[in-house]
Ligand binder design. Structure first.
Ligand code: DQA
Length: 147
């Protein structure tokens, strides 16, 4: 199994960015945890972060026929990007949407996601654990659908 982790805008600033919402781990720290967890599960994992919507769309296109699952934290594009939603839908790769903070406890504008409707599910509010739970969810989904 080959999984792609996509991180959206401003997530490169994790560690210094609003730690009350996002915790104090850096993006490299989160990727390291995911790498270890994937290795334990004998799963291949790759990481990509961009602050640009089009680059994230391109990354989804390039994932076609390469990756079996996508974990995405779309950052603020969660709440704005029909283009990213359309790309994920077109790619047809199982997606789990993750958020460090619980977007449903925050400002009204964060409480709608354009991505959720094309995802298998959403994990929101568990800081870096959201990503690790997302990985478990994708692996469980792959086992269910292959057997
Ligand atoms: C976020 C939540 C978004 O509303 C915000 O714009 C982010 C991070 C999260 O992980 O909690 O950049 O996706």
């Amino acid at each position: 199994m080959n999984i792609l982790v996509l991180h959206g805008p401003n997530l490169n600033l994790l560690g210094r960015r609003e730690p009350d919402h996002y915790g104090s781990l850096t993006l490299d720290g989160i990727n390291g945890l995911l790498q270890d967890a994937a290795q334990n599960e004998q799963v291949q994992i790759s990481f990509y972060q961009s602050n640009a919507e089009g680059e994230l769309v391109d990354a989804v296109h390039k994932a076609i026929d390469v990756f079996d699952g996508i974990i995405i934290n779309p950052g603020a594009y969660t709440h704005t990007s029909i283009a990213l939603r359309d790309a994920l839908l077109a790619a047809g790769i199982p997606v789990v949407e993750v958020h460090l903070s619980n977007i449903y406890c925050r400002e009204d504008f964060r409480q709608h996601s354009y991505i959720s409707g094309v995802a298998l599910g959403v994990i929101s509010g568990f800081r870096e654990q959201s990503y690790l739970l997302g990985l478990q969810a994708l692996i469980a989904h792959a086992k269910q659908t292959s057997g």
